[in-house]
Ligand binder design. Structure first.
Ligand SMILES: O=S(=O)(O)CCCN1CCN(CCO[C@@H]2O[C@H](CO)[C@@H](O)[C@H](O)[C@H]2O)CC1
Length: 480
C-alpha cells in the first residue's frame, strides 16, 4: 500500500527472523585497550577531527567493549532472534598483516560476547569487515593493493577457527560500495581518498576476490564441521525511473547494476555487469587509456568467484528517482559518476530524515526486493540493515512509522509477490557513532547518553513497537 502510515494486517510467517545490527567501530570504544591496533577510523578521527561534523570519534562510542552484557540484556528485552555485529580486525590482528600476531584479549572479548548471546538464546550473525581496516594495511595501500586479499584470507581463517563453533551466519563485507566508492572514490568515509573512476575500481576488484577467498576457505576448511552459511552485504537505493521512457528505465537499471550488481553480479551470475564493462571500457579508450580503468577478471577468477554465496543480503534505506543524462561530452572527466552517467533526485513530497541521503519511501523496499529476486534467480534474502535517523528523543513516532511501513512492504513482497525474504535486521540497536556525521544523527531503538561516562542506554518508543512486532509477528493492532 502506498498511502502514508498504512500497513498490512497480515502476519509474518513463523520461519521469519527479526534482528538488530551494530558495527564494531560505531559502538565498541576501547580504541587502544588490551592490545587493539589502530584502524583507519581511529587514525582519521585523530589526525583530521574536522572530517567528522561534531569533531567526535569512536574512542569510547557506546563503550560496548565494557558494556556488552548491557547490550545483550537490551537484545533480550527486545526479544530478537539474532544480533548482527561486526568484528574489529585490528582488535583481533593488531597489524592486520597475514601471519602477524593474533591478540588473545580480542579473541576473548568476542568469545564472551558470543557466549552471552548463546546463553540468552540469541543467534550471532557476524560481519567480518565493517569499514574499520587496520591502519597498517592502509599504509600498504589498503584494498586497492591486491595483497589485501591475502591479509583478508588470513583474518577470515582466524575468525572461522575461533568463533565458528557458535557462529553459523557470516557476512564477509558490509557495504563494499561504501568501502570503495566512499572510501577511495569520493572521500566520504575513511581513508577519505578521492580517486573516483580509478582507485575505487582497484579497491572493489581486490575486495571481491578477498570475499571469494574467504568463502572458499570456509567451504574447504570449516563448513563440514561447522555447518554455517557465508554471504556478503552490499547496499543500494531502490532506483525508480523518473518517467516511462526507455532511456529513463535503462538509466534506473544501470544505476542498480553500478551499485548492487557491481558486487552481486560477479558473485551470483559471473563477472562484472556487462553494462559496467562496456561503458568503462568505452570511456577509458576515449580517454586514451591503454586498458580499461575497470580491472578484468580472468576466466578462472570468474569461475572462482561465481557461486560464493549461501544467501543474498541487502542493506536498504531509501529510494531515488533516476533520469537519463546527455552523454558526458567532456570525456576527460574521469569519475564513477561520469561512467554511470545518470541524474538522481528525491521527490520533494517524500518525508525527510536527519540524513541528507535518506528519504522515507516504503514502497521502494518492495520494488527493490522484487528486483533482487528476479535478477539473482530467487535466492533466500536477508535484509541486513534498514532504519531511519532523527536528531534524538525518546518519543520517536516517525521511526515507528518507518518500521511499520517498510516492514509492511517486506511482508507484501513475501506474501503477495513470492519473494523469499527470511530475515530482517533493524539498524540500529542503539544510537552510535554515525561516521562522518559523528553523534549528530541517531538511528537507535535505544538512546545512549554520550555525555555520561557510564553511557546509559534508554529504550525509545520504537523499541517497544519493534518488540511487539517480534512477539506478535504483526504490524498493526488487529492482525488476521
Ligand atoms: O552523509 S552524506 O550524504 O554527506 C554522504 C554519505 C552517504 N552515504 C550513503 C550510503 N550510506 C549507506 C548506509 O550506511 C550504512 O547505514 C548506517 C546509516 O548510515 C551506517 O551507520 C552503517 O554503518 C552503514 O552500514 C552511508 C552514507
Amino acid at each position: 500500500c502506498k498511502e502514508a502510515t498504512c500497513a498490512t494486517n497480515q502476519t509474518f510467517p513463523n520461519y521469519f527472523k527479526f534482528g538488530v545490527a551494530t558495527a564494531s567501530y560505531q559502538v565498541e570504544g576501547a580504541w587502544n585497550e588490551d592490545g587493539k591496533g589502530e584502524n583507519i577510523w581511529d587514525h582519521l578521527c585523530h589526525t583530521n577531527p574536522d572530517f567528522v561534523d561534531d569533531r567526535s570519534n569512536g574512542d569510547i562510542a557506546c563503550d560496548s567493549y565494557h558494556k556488552y552484557k548491557d547490550d545483550v540484556a537490551m537484545l533480550k528485552d527486545l526479544g530478537v532472534d539474532f544480533y548482527r555485529f561486526s568484528l574489529s580486525w585490528s582488535r583481533l590482528i593488531p597489524l592486520g598483516l597475514a601471519g602477524s600476531p593474533v591478540n588473545q584479549a580480542g579473541i576473548d572479548y568476542y568469545k564472551n560476547l558470543i557466549q552471552e548471546l548463546v546463553n540468552n538464546n540469541i543467534e550471532p550473525l557476524v560481519t567480518i569487515f565493517h569499514w574499520d581496516l587496520p591502519e597498517t594495511l592502509q599504509e600498504y595501500g589498503g584494498f586497492p593493493n591486491p595483497e589485501s586479499e591475502e591479509h583478508f584470507a588470513y583474518y577470515a581463517r582466524v575468525v572461522f577457527e575461533n568463533f565458528g563453533d557458535s557462529v553459523k551466519y557470516w557476512l564477509t563485507f558490509n557495504e563494499p560500495l561504501q568501502t570503495c566508492h566512499e572510501g577511495y572514490g569520493i572521500g566520504f568515509t575513511a581513508p577519505g581518498y578521492k580517486s573516483s573512476g580509478l582507485a575505487e575500481y582497484k579497491c572493489t576488484h581486490t575486495l571481491i576476490k578477498a570475499h571469494a577467498r574467504a568463502y572458499h576457505v570456509y567451504d574447504e576448511e570449516f563448513r563440514t564441521q561447522q555447518q554455517g552459511y557465508v554471504g556478503i552485504a552490499p547496499d543500494t537505493y531502490w532506483y525508480e525511473p523518473a518517467s516511462g521512457s526507455v532511456s529513463d528505465q535503462e538509466a534506473a537499471e544501470r544505476a542498480l547494476q553500478f551499485t548492487y550488481g557491481w558486487f552481486a553480479n560477479p558473485i551470483f551470475n559471473g563477472n562484472y555487469p556487462s553494462v559496467m564493462i562496456e561503458r568503462i571500457d568505452e570511456r577509458s579508450k576515449l580517454q586514451g587509456f591503454a586498458s580499461s580503468r575497470l580491472p578484468k577478471f580472468t576466466d578462472e577468477e570468474v569461475e572462482y568467484i561465481k557461486g560464493t554465496h549461501d544467501f543474498l543480503a541487502i542493506n536498504a534505506y531509501s529510494t531515488l528517482y533516476v533520469q537519463a543524462k546527455e552523454e558526458e561530452v567532456d570525456t576527460a572527466v574521469i569519475s564513477y559518476d561520469s561512467d554511470l552517467n545518470v541524474d538522481t533526485f528525491f521527490d520533494d513530497s517524500w518525508e525527510e530524515s536527519a540524513s541528507s541521503w535518506l528519504r522515507v519511501v516504503p514502497w521502494g523496499m518492495r520494488k527493490l526486493l522484487n528486483w533482487l529476486s528476479k535478477t539473482y534467480n530467487h535466492p533466500e534474502i536477508f535484509i541486513t540493515e534498514n532504519g531511519v535517523s532523527d536528531t534524538g528523543g525518546l518519543n520517536d513516532d516517525r521511526r515507528i512509522n518507518y518500521y511499520r511501513e517498510y516492514l509492511s512492504n517486506v511482508l507484501e513482497a513475501i506474501l503477495d509477490d513470492g519473494v523469499n525474504v527470511t530475515r530482517y535486521t533493524a539498524w540500529s540497536l542503539m544510537d552510535n557513532f554515525e561516521w562522518a556525521r559523528g553523534y549528530t544523527e541517531k538511528y537507535g531503538l535505544y538512546s545512549v547518553n554520550f555525555d555520561d561516562p557510564g553511557r546509559p542506554r534508554t529504550s525509545k518508543a520504537s523499541a517497544s513497537y519493534y518488540s511487539s512486532v517480534i512477539s506478535s509477528k504483526c504490524l498493526v493492532d488487529n492482525c488476521e
